[in-house]
Ligand binder design. Structure first.
Ligand code: SF4
Ligand code: SF4
Length: 309
């Protein structure tokens, strides 16, 4: 039988933001949502994508000569990639003498990823860490995700999955049951706004969240604090109330401060980002929102991320 493969856009070792301890975070391509604030835009589409690093480009032009699709054009404004023509074949990547091009989203076997994850076993043991599967939305590649989680668990390594809970429960259930910890994103608690921002109903997300708790798995809830989208006190209060009423296995609530550092990622995949000029949140706002959650009775509330003074 052919080995199951998954399309990844990154494997990040030494991660300290995706669960307890030191972790290796595996980023799978493809998402069921399209949040305007997404910090991993290269993870939203399922297909591989060509990225161009402006700072590395020396203008040699070798890429354009080898492209069979004639999809590249180096202009004064930078490299234009005609993405209706580019099939991510990678020929330009090989031809570039300055490593200014990369195809994100190569296929990996489970064994390949496990081989990387186990390298840091000692760090996991010393720090209480492990592997986190993220994305995109990990459940979009459910068969690969499940096989990877089971293989890493067999190695005796702690396994977490980060999910926006926007897939069907049928898809999510086996992944939840194979994880030690679920990092559950609850972004916006207004049904109309949630559907408008993410493309998925809040009803589905909350139903899945309840089922995750019913499975008995430990949950860390996470809310990205995005100016104008999710940063109101009433939104954080609603998340806090939902945690208290429906997610008794929650052991931690994280508020994640928006920053605009993802602008460069949008540039690299040839997309403009409506939040690129948005200013950062203040530490005061993050303190206040954390206090709102605590005042509702949620324990172990943390906030993280870059803030402006
Ligand atoms: S990845 Fe292939 S098709 Fe796309 S620009 Fe490069 S050479 Fe052309
Ligand atoms: S759910 Fe996460 S990965 Fe998907 S679009 Fe939203 S922020 Fe991005």
């Amino acid at each position: 039988m052919a080995a199951i493969t998954g399309r990844l856009f990154n494997i990040q070792r030494d991660s300290t933001e995706d669960g307890p301890g030191i972790r290796t975070t595996v980023f799978l391509k493809g998402c069921v949502m399209h949040c305007p604030w997404c910090h991993n835009p290269e993870g939203i589409r399922s297909n591989p994508e060509l990225v161009w690093y402006k700072a590395r480009c020396i203008g040699a032009g070798d890429c354009m000569k080898v492209c069979p699709q004639h999809a590249l054009k180096l202009t004064a404004d930078g490299m234009l990639v005609d993405r209706t023509l580019c099939d991510a074949c990678g020929k330009c990547v090989e031809a570039c003498p300055a490593t200014a091009l990369e195809v994100l989203g190569r296929l990996y076997t489970v064994d390949e990823v496990v081989g990387t994850v186990v390298r840091d076993r000692l760090f996991y043991e010393k720090s209480g860490g492990g592997m986190t599967v993220s994305g995109g939305e990990a459940s979009v590649q459910a068969a690969f995700c499940l096989a990877l989680m089971q293989a890493v668990s067999k190695e005796g390594i702690h396994v977490a999955i980060e999910t926006c809970a926007g897939s069907s429960w049928e898809t999510l259930r086996p992944l939840v049951e194979s994880a030690n910890l679920i990092l559950l994103d609850l972004k916006q608690m207004d049904e109309v706004k949630h559907r408008e921002y993410t493309g998925v109903t809040l009803e589905r997300v909350l139903a899945n969240a309840r089922r995750v708790a019913e499975s008995g798995r430990e949950i860390w809830v996470r809310t990205p604090i995005i100016p104008g989208y999710t940063d109101s006190e009433s939104n954080v209060r609603s998340v806090a109330r939902f945690i208290l009423e429906h997610l008794p296995t929650t052991t931690r609530y994280d508020l994640l401060a928006f920053n605009n550092l993802a602008s460069a990622k949008y540039d690299r995949i040839g997309q403009s980002w409506q939040l690129s000029g948005e200013s950062m949140i203040t530490a005061n706002t993050m303190d206040t929102l954390s206090e709102v959650a605590r005042s509702e009775g949620v324990e172990n509330v943390h906030w993280s991320g870059l803030t402006k003074p």
